[in-house]
Design a protein around this ligand. Structure first.
Ligand code: PEP
Ligand code: MG
Length: 580
């Protein structure tokens, strides 16, 4: 038995037999060809590219037919990669100059590209290596006349183990058969992680060497929430996890029974629980987990695919789809929040020395007004299909907000002139994720209809701790007295102007933070759909009097550690299952 720690990518427990999805990419025949065979190699390469293109187009058409959703969007980017002149030039040069066989030339060139991308300090750029490898694997398969194992053809339930799982693998696999996922590579923001969460498949990524530890048919346990994989568990561990799985499933069903009930404290304070989404198809999960709407649609995920920026019509279609699938429930769409840790692959945008504090988010939009205008037009046009709210990220002060609001009015005027139908009174809100905005919350609150606190960034900026840097992760302290004071200030500032405050950072879905946030007066919690039932359960089990008392107590405390220890004890005493 072996226990391996990785990155928790999608919560839940699964126990099953390994299906080892072999990376054919690792077995590349390497030889050199004679001078008179060079043209044959080039022709082989070109035929393989053509064949791959046909395959991708076919895959895209079949996915589009199966789903109304735009899951298949990234395949366009893959098709574009096939046409990349630089890639193809380098491969041909290797065939001509080094007399490499086509497979080897492809492998070496792609390896070079991947190394270059991997050297980037940015997680998003790094994760685009998956797309390049995905395409390369297809071309290689065609060169070798080898059919890729099709994850659509799985005929029994499995735990999928792979070195890396590519976006097209995750999209096309038979989701009823894949009960868990564990991979060597990947992070929380990779496509695989996002899709695993959207499909509710427990997943642990970034395990580094899980493929070296398992063989086909081995028994494994995936604990997605804790980011643990247990290989060939012994009988007592299996028994323990079977029980855990059973309890988890029972708890899930029990919690889902709360769907029809409101998130209301024992003494009658009603809270709205909404969900965060990254891709339109997640709305299904939002509804099935009983959320009161979408509190954050991270629209920039639409733009993180390589290729061109999405057109107005493409965006209009995606936003309309999200709005209409949520019926009359409110949907808050955040305008493009690119930059920092979310960058465009393959472009020179955002190559800055200090990107987290740099040209990002609303700052990017206000200098690339063409891109911003396209998005605002698409949003306004889509507003007739549902209950839309628009939210601007990274606002740092009044002048910036004024300029954004002014620009929004101009776009509205333009649409009106064109005679386009749209909702004239879409509620506008801002994210509070920069300390200067938190400190001036009462002033900003006069200008908008709602706030949403982005704790992921607010904590990063308040404690000056890069949220993506594992070396200083110990400093990332949601219960730091400085953070708690800012939260109090934001909520009081908003309430002084009678506007509601939401929170859409990860803290809103943390069961240990729920009672504190209640006690601070938060009105709306927005989190991954999965977490909604648990947070509802907690809210329904306490009273505002208790929550305010807890806040009173911790505000007397001096340090993060003291607060953290106290809150955990307080919660564990009342919610025993949290301890497991
Ligand atoms: C946040 O910063 O808390 C937030 C919700 O935005 P993101 O995680 O997308 O930066
Ligand atoms: Mg943010």
């Amino acid at each position: 038995m072996k226990k391996i720690m990785g990155i928790s990518a999608s919560q839940g427990i699964s126990i099953g037999r390994v299906f080892y999805y072999l990376d054919e990419y690792l077995r590349v025949p390497e030889y050199t060809v004679k001078e008179n065979e060079v043209n044959v190699e080039i022709a082989r390469f070109e035929i393989a590219i053509e064949k791959t293109r046909e395959e991708l187009v076919e895959l895209k058409n079949s996915l589009n037919k199966e789903n109304s959703i735009n899951e298949a969007g990234f395949l366009d980017a893959h098709i574009l990669m096939l046409d990349d002149p630089e890639l193809s030039k380098q491969i041909k040069t290797k065939i001509i100059d080094s007399r490499y066989n086509a497979e080897r030339a492809l492998f070496e060139t792609v390896k070079g590209f991947v190394e270059l991308i991997k050297a980037s300090s940015d997680q998003y750029i790094k994760e685009r290596t998956f797309d390049i490898r995905d395409v390369a694997k297809r071309v290689l398969g065609n060169l070798l006349y080898k059919k890729r194992v099709d994850l659509r053809d799985l005929n029994e339930e499995v735990i999928l183990i792979a070195h890396e799982l590519l976006p097209s693998d995750t999209l096309t696999m038979d989701k009823r058969m894949v009960k868990g996922i564990a991979t060597d590579a990947g992070g929380r923001t990779s496509h695989t992680a996002i899709l695993a969460r959207a499909f509710e498949i427990p997943a642990v990524l970034g395990l580094r060497n899980i493929t070296a530890e398992v063989r086909n048919g081995d028994m494994v346990i995936i604990d997605g929430g804790k980011g643990i994989v247990i290989v060939r568990p012994d009988e007592p561990t299996l028994e323990q996890y079977r029980k855990k799985l059973n309890d988890w499933q029972k708890k899930e069903v029990e919690l889902l029974n709360l769907n029809v009930l409101p998130a209301e404290t024992k003494d009658g304070k009603k809270i709205l629980l909404k969900a965060n989404i990254e891709i339109p198809e997640e709305t299904e999960s939002v509804i099935s987990h009983g959320a009161d709407g979408v509190g954050l649609y991270r629209s920039e995920f639409f733009f993180i695919q390589p290729g061109e920026f999405a057109s107005e019509d493409e965006q209009y279609k995606a936003y309309s789809q999200v709005l209409s699938s949520m019926g009359d429930k409110p949907v808050t769409i955040r305008t493009i929040d690119l930059g920092g840790d979310k960058i465009l692959p393959g472009t020179a945008y955002f190559e800055e020395t200090n990107p987290i504090l740099g040209w990002r988010s609303i700052r990017f939009c206000m200098t690339r007004k063409d891109i911003f205008e396209t998005q605002l037009r698409a949003l306004l046009r889509a507003s007739v299909h549902g209950n839309l709210r628009i939210m601007f990220p990274m606002i740092s002060g009044v002048e910036e907000l004024d300029q954004v609001l002014e620009f929004y009015e101009l776009v509205k005027l333009e649409l009106e002139k064109e005679g386009v139908q749209f909702d004239k009174n879409i509620p506008l809100g801002i994210m509070i994720e920069v300390p200067s905005a938190a400190l001036t919350a009462d002033i900003l609150a006069r200008k908008v209809k709602f706030f949403s606190i982005g704790t992921n960034d607010l904590i990063q900026y308040t404690i000056a701790v890069d949220r993506g840097n594992e070396k200083i992760a110990y400093l990332y302290e949601p219960f730091h007295p400085g953070v708690l004071r800012l939260l109090k200030m934001i909520i009081e500032g908003a309430h002084s102007q009678s506007i509601p405050v939401a929170m859409c950072g990860e803290m809103a879905g943390d069961p240990y933070a729920a009672v504190i946030l209640l006690g601070l007066g938060l009105d709306i919690f927005s989190m991954s759909s999965f977490s909604v039932p648990e947070i509802k359960n907690i809210i329904r089990s306490v009273s505002m009097v208790e929550a305010e008392e807890l806040v009173g107590t911790i505000f007397e405390m001096k340090s993060y550690k003291e607060i953290d220890r106290f809150v955990r004890g307080w919660m564990d005493e009342r919610f025993e299952h949290l301890r497991q």
